[in-house]
Design a protein around this ligand. Structure first.
Ligand SMILES: [Zn+2]
Length: 121
């Protein structure tokens, strides 16, 4: 039994919510902090970005379309890899498969055990 599942629309909602909060916090704090305390603002921007990527790394896995391997990636790989969205609301990340060595668009999966809010649906 795979510990991963495919992306659902509620996953997109959650991601957009996180990013929305992040952008809102940055915008609001920019007005308050930017002139005098710009370094505090930069710290908030960096910390927020770090948290979002960390959350993304911890909650996602990838499926190789060539060999059906399912794998997870490191924080830095996640941060620097190109991400995209498919027409049918799936997601992809451009990665190298650790098993077969193909570099292609990997299908994004969600870790089941990390989803604590599953009961909401
Ligand atoms: Zn592979």
């Amino acid at each position: 039994m795979s510990p991963y599942r495919k992306l659902k629309s509620s996953d997109w909602t959650k991601s957009l919510l996180f990013i929305g909060i992040y952008v809102a916090v940055i915008s609001v704090t920019a007005f308050i902090l930017l002139v005098t305390y710009w370094f505090v603002w930069l710290a908030i921007v960096a910390a927020g970005l770090f948290l979002i990527v960390l959350w993304h790394k911890k909650s996602t896995a990838y499926h190789c379309p060539k060999c059906d391997n399912e794998f997870e990636i490191s924080f830095l790989t996640d941060f620097f890899s190109p991400h995209g969205v498919t027409k049918n609301r799936g997601g992809w990340t451009y990665l190298k498969c650790p098993k077969c060595g193909n570099t292609t668009k990997m299908e994004i999966l969600v870790k089941k055990k990390e989803i604590a809010t599953e009961a909401e649906k």
